[in-house]
Design a protein around this ligand. Structure first.
Ligand SMILES: CC(=O)N[C@H]1[C@@H](OP(=O)(O)OP(=O)(O)OC[C@H]2O[C@@H](n3ccc(=O)[nH]c3=O)[C@H](O)[C@@H]2O)O[C@H](CO)[C@@H](O)[C@@H]1O
Ligand SMILES: C=C(OP(=O)(O)O)C(=O)O
Length: 425
């Protein structure tokens, strides 16, 4: 049996939708709270599959977790052990890597398998490991497990990242705040989630300057004290809702996320003919006419058009008159969803790292299988524009990053229903 979303497309979306907290902020924040004494309360921690997996790791490492509605209380005082991450949760997502630095600081040792996550092409963790070993960690592989030790703790370093990896910047920031002396990270990633992590750490007593710029300076402190913190809103969720309106038509106020977090995505939608009105911590997206192709657009690291939004934006362009191409410069395999687009009648072909689209007049509902998080969301976005019924499979991916997306789309007027397919005999 497999769960799927039954979507009857062709209904425009109207109303207001509120953006939840960012998965890609909440996950590093949960792990970072293990650096602190006392309690951290994250006021928003959506019950996503990845969040639950991270909380399972936190608990397995000896931390205490208490859910209170949307909030989660975290406390790692007294956690002891050898820093062994449980295999299942660690392999299930990329974000298990965020435990490297906190566990090293707390236990002097950390052990985990290679982290999982969306299959977007090679996703090595060499920058995380190189940076940590430059800070004094010993790194080795034992029977397929990565083992890092730092019995005498970590020390500050002046380190230039080979490329501005979001995850590696977060790992090294977490390592630096409790390391001895000063750390300078050069060529750091600049994403809003990095600024959010730095703001949380500073609220806990860390000294971090320059987060959001390519050079981050950290003065290591002997200890941090947990605090209550509200993570930033999810700009990818907001981009997905905006793409859904561009695909289905209609007018929706997307509430709780400043437009500045996703300007390059909104710029592509405007180029295609959507109306966007920027408001205070909100924006209004409207699509009343057929969209037009946008030519070739490229993703890049922040502040460029973000890779995670590429599949949903491509989905919105499938019926745009003329040609569009979306090329992802960050990951090799962003557009596995192109097969599902084609099943719905789109002219969308993968070419290298791009998906090349010639707009069709209409899409037709079809069965489509998602194979990663944003690709599955993109199939949902495409299905909203397709006449007749689509069946979108791969909901285990969707649940990693989209809290209540089907219900949100329903509240905006979409016909979206969770359904169960019986096994074929
Ligand atoms: C949980 C989380 O926050 N995930 C996000 C994070 O992933 P993640 O942190 O994995 O992405 P990175 O920025 O690290 O990866 C970008 C590129 O750098 C390469 N690389 C990365 C690290 C490393 O040690 N060596 C290396 O070669 C990767 O293979 C990839 O090609 O940023 C990506 C880029 O914005 C987003 O798509 C993901 O949604
Ligand atoms: C790629 C993503 O997540 P992860 O890095 O956890 O695979 C994502 O959020 O789109």
């Amino acid at each position: 049996m497999g769960e799927y979303l039954k979507i009857t497309g062709g209904r425009p979306l109207f109303g207001q939708a509120v953006v939840p907290a960012a998965k890609n902020s909440v996950l590093p924040l949960i792990a970072a709270s293990m650096l602190c004494r006392g309690e951290t309360m994250l006021r928003q921690a959506p019950a996503l599959a990845d969040v639950e997996q991270s909380l399972a790791i936190y608990t397995a490492l000896g931390g205490q977790v208490q859910r209170q509605g949307q909030a989660v209380r975290l406390r790692a005082d007294g956690a002891q052990g050898r820093g062994i991450l449980p295999d299942g949760p660690a392999r299930s997502m990329r974000s298990s890597v965020f435990y490297l630095a906190p566990a090293l600081h707390r236990f002097g040792r950390v052990q985990m398998p290679m982290p999982g996550g969306c299959k977007l092409g090679p996703r090595p963790i060499d920058i995380h490991l190189e940076g940590l070993s430059r800070m004094g960690a010993q790194t080795q592989w034992e029977d397929g497990q990565l083992v890092l030790t730092a019995p005498r703790g970590l020390h500050g370093v002046d380190y230039a990242l080979r490329l501005p990896s979001v995850g590696a910047t977060e790992t090294l920031l977490m390592a630096a705040v409790l390391a001895k002396g000063e750390t300078v990270l050069r060529g750091a990633a600049r994403e809003p989630e990095i600024v959010d992590l730095a703001e949380y750490l500073c609220a806990c007593g860390a000294s971090v300057q320059g987060a959001g710029s390519p050079v981050i300076r950290v003065q290591g402190k002997p200890e941090l004290q947990g605090t209550a913190y509200t993570p930033i809103p999810d700009r990818i969720y907001a981009a997905t809702l905006a793409a859904a309106v561009a695909s289905a038509g209609g007018q929706v106020r997307i509430q709780g996320c400043p437009a500045e977090f996703l300007e390059p995505v909104l710029a592509v939608l405007e180029l295609a003919g959507c109306g966007v009105q920027r408001l205070d911590r909100a924006f209004l997206v409207e699509r009343s006419r057929t969209l037009k192709g946008v030519g070739r657009v490229y993703t890049g690291v922040y502040p460029a058009f973000c890779t995670d939004a590429a599949p949903v934006v491509a989905a919105a362009l499938l019926c745009a008159a003329g040609r569009s191409a979306v090329e992802d410069t960050v990951f090799e395999n962003r557009f596995a969803c192109a097969a599902g687009f084609a099943a719905m009648g789109a002219q969308a072909c993968r070419a290298g790292r791009a998906v090349e689209i010639t707009g069709v007049r209409r899409l037709t509902g079809a069965k489509a299988q998602g194979s990663d998080l944003r690709g599955t969301a993109a199939l949902v976005v495409a299905a909203l524009a397709a006449s007749g019924e689509s069946q979108v499979f791969g909901l285990e991916h969707l649940r990693r990053g989209y809290l209540g997306l089907p219900a949100t789309l329903q509240s905006l007027g979409a016909k979206v229903q969770l359904a169960l397919q019986e096994d074929e005999e």
